[in-house]
Design a protein around this ligand. Structure first.
Ligand code: PLP
Length: 389
């Protein structure tokens, strides 16, 4: 009879991972499974990035580094913020961590504790509420729907804020919905946080994956006050296809960065030394791969969006960013868990139930997979939907 700490015991285990491991097992058993579950690019890490890491490894760059990252990388990140977002950060305000996920965790642990509330719009990336619980704070979920393209309104945010609210989590472009807030929408949410003295954790990891000429704007960029209230979280996983490298970063007001530096120095220490050299090359080297990837994602997105909407009983708003669609399946009479379990069982298509992201009427489809897979999987979803009507 092992005693589990109440914080650890409060966590739900990841439904995404459960579906993924079932799908993998089915594949290993020789079944023809189509996977729409994973949130990672199907492209390889660009060659020049790998070469930089290999070179570092060969040159013996294999020892501990500064806990919050090598100066060269922190400078490259500061340059990136200046270039892409018009934001000025000193390298000391930047912390490199073992993935964007780790950066989010560091932010929450450094700023939240018992008695604090954290406002999280649903559908949310599934780790946010669990991280908040690990910090001993309380997630306050604000429901949105496809009627507002899954965007929280200023009125909803205002109504959710109490004197205990410490943090608001903004994720644009969004996992799982692919929605992207406009400049005005982001500013309106940022204004409320500034007025109420609430910090914003702005997860911008999908910044580079936007379509139809849409623009990504960082909430930190509107004014000094917005900047002072914002911690930007970012990473290398999505735009450089470096999911397995485990590298992310954050930029924060100096006192928060300092606190996170201390946390990291006593928990993980530095992210992998030679991976950091690859990351310097990712930011400072050519960005040509992105154009090719975006063209490919855009084609798949359009195809999947049209196909999903052609299926009776399913409706889907088009995404403006990331590589997910979030179709509404509620008219088909199953909750999202049963829908995905049966879909996997009957048609061997793995998708993630919306309930994993806090809303039960949808499923998440990742189109970070080949066009051939998309065609096959969506045909199967169509056939499956017909059996439910
Ligand atoms: N934030 C969001 C919204 C994500 O979807 C992910 C990955 O799925 C992450 C952060 C973390 O990515 P990583 O830890 O691989 O850098």
């Amino acid at each position: 009879n092992y005693k589990i700490s109440h914080r650890a015991a409060s966590l739900s285990s990841s439904l995404t991972l459960a579906i993924d491991s079932k799908a993998k097992q089915m594949k290993a058993d020789g079944l023809d499974v189509v996977g729409f579950g994973v949130g990672e690019p199907d492209f390889d890490t660009p060659r020049h990035i790998k070469d930089a890491a290999i070179k570092a490894l060969n040159e013996g760059f294999t020892k501990y580094t500064a806990a919050s990252g090598i100066p060269e990388l922190r400078q490259a990140i500061a340059d990136k913020f200046k270039r892409d977002n018009g934001l000025t950060y000193k390298p000391s305000q930047i912390i490199v961590s073992c993935g964007g996920k780790h950066s989010c965790y560091n932010v929450i642990i450094a700023t939240c504790e018992e008695g604090d509330e954290v406002v999280i719009p649903a559908p949310y990336w599934l780790s946010y509420p669990e991280m908040v619980k690990l910090a001993g704070a309380k997630p306050v979920i604000v429901q949105t729907s496809d009627k507002t393209e899954f965007k929280v309104t200023p009125e909803q945010l205002r109504a959710a804020i109490t004197p205990r609210t410490r943090l608001f989590i903004l994720n644009s472009p969004s996992n799982p919905t692919g929605s992207l807030y406009s400049r005005d929408e982001i500013k309106a949410l940022g204004d409320i946080c500034v007025e109420k003295g609430v910090l914003i954790m702005s997860d911008e990891i999908y910044e580079k994956l936007v379509y139809d000429g849409a623009e990504h704007v960082s909430v930190a960029s509107f004014s000094k006050a917005h900047y002072d209230h914002t911690i930007v979280v970012h990473g290398f996983a999505k735009a450089y296809s470096m999911t397995g490298w485990r590298l992310g970063y954050l930029a924060a007001p100096e006192p928060i960065a300092k606190a996170i530096d201390a946390i990291q120095s006593h928990s993980t220490s530095n992210p992998t030394s030679f991976a950091q050299k690859g990351a310097v090359e990712a930011l400072n080297g050519p960005q040509d791969h992105l154009k090719t990837w975006l063209e490919e994602y855009a084609k798949r997105r359009m195809f999947a969006y049209q196909k999903l909407n052609s299926i009776p009983g399913i409706s889907c708003v088009n995404a403006k960013g990331a590589f997910y669609l979030f179709p509404n399946i509620s008219k088909l009479g199953l909750n999202s868990t049963d829908f995905c379990a049966k879909l996997l069982e009957q048609e061997k298509v793995a998708a993630v139930p919306g309930i994993a992201f806090g809303t039960d009427e949808y499923i998440r489809i990742s189109y970070a997979t080949s066009m051939a897979n998309l065609e096959k999987g969506l045909e199967r979803i169509e056939r499956f939907a017909k059996t439910l009507k």
